[in-house]
Ligand binder design. Structure first.
Ligand code: DX5
Ligand code: ZN
Length: 219
């Protein structure tokens, strides 16, 4: 299975963001992970649709937008219009998951669901067949630079098993503390999309960081 790498701009130098994005794009990234945090669903405040709209013209990467906000449905159209390709919403923030999933798809983006480390996979099971990606958080949402929670590995394995029981291609993304040490562990457990902020944007050589992460998880 091809591993996709999605650098998170939460650790980028926002003063020269277009340049930072160009570096990961030229360095072999597959997606660009954009963490939207509202200070309510998770601590920290980051970016919104205007930022996505302004960087859209500088990059052809798949925009992988991770919404850590309450009531994501309220701003859904703005996020799609701004240029999001994949939209991840948190199961903990949803009243009617099927409705928002079909609204995301209807608006022309790929729907994805995420769950916090403490949330059980049973909460997302019935919606798996409706989504294109499942994001299993490997740290509590909010900040980059946290340590990978190794005890999430069995959950990743179980998520992969649940996905493989369905006859559809569904990506399994992991997010939080992913670096060249944890990447092979999560890939072995079944993840195929790796988000990384500090391990890529915090590295002196972004291209080398992406290459080494890819190499670390190839058998
Ligand atoms: C955390 C965000 C992550 C974060 C990852 O809430 O969802 O995407 O940027 O940062 P690292 O890779 O540094 O753990
Ligand atoms: Zn994220």
């Amino acid at each position: 299975m091809k591993i996709k790498i999605s650098p998170s701009i939460l650790s980028a130098d926002l003063g020269c963001l277009a340049n930072e994005i160009r570096k990961v794009e030229e360095g072999g990234a597959d997606y660009l992970h954009i963490d939207v945090i509202d200070g309510v669903f998770a601590p920290n405040i980051s970016f919104g649709p205007p930022l996505i709209k302004s960087i859209r013209k500088y990059s052809a990467l798949v925009f992988d937008v991770h919404l850590m906000i309450v009531d994501p449905e309220r701003y859904l159209d703005e996020f799609v219009e701004a240029g999001s390709d994949i939209i991840t919403v948190h199961i903990e923030a949803l009243k009617d998951p099927s409705r928002i999933i079909s609204r995301i798809r209807g608006a022309g983006a790929k729907p994805s669901i995420s769950l916090k480390p403490a949330t059980s996979l049973s909460t997302v099971k019935e919606f798996l067949d409706e989504i294109d990606m499942l994001l299993v958080m490997t740290v509590d949402p909010g900040f980059s630079g946290q340590s990978f929670k190794r005890d999430i590995l069995p959950k990743i394995r179980e998520a992969r098993r649940m996905i493989d029981q369905l006859n559809r291609e569904i990506d399994l993304q992991v997010d939080g503390g992913i670096n060249k040490e944890s990447a092979p562990l999560v890939v072995e457990a079944g993840a195929n999309v790796l988000v990384a902020a500090s391990a890529i944007f915090g590295a002196p050589d972004v291209e080398k960081a992406i290459r080494e992460m890819r190499e670390s998880c190839s058998p």
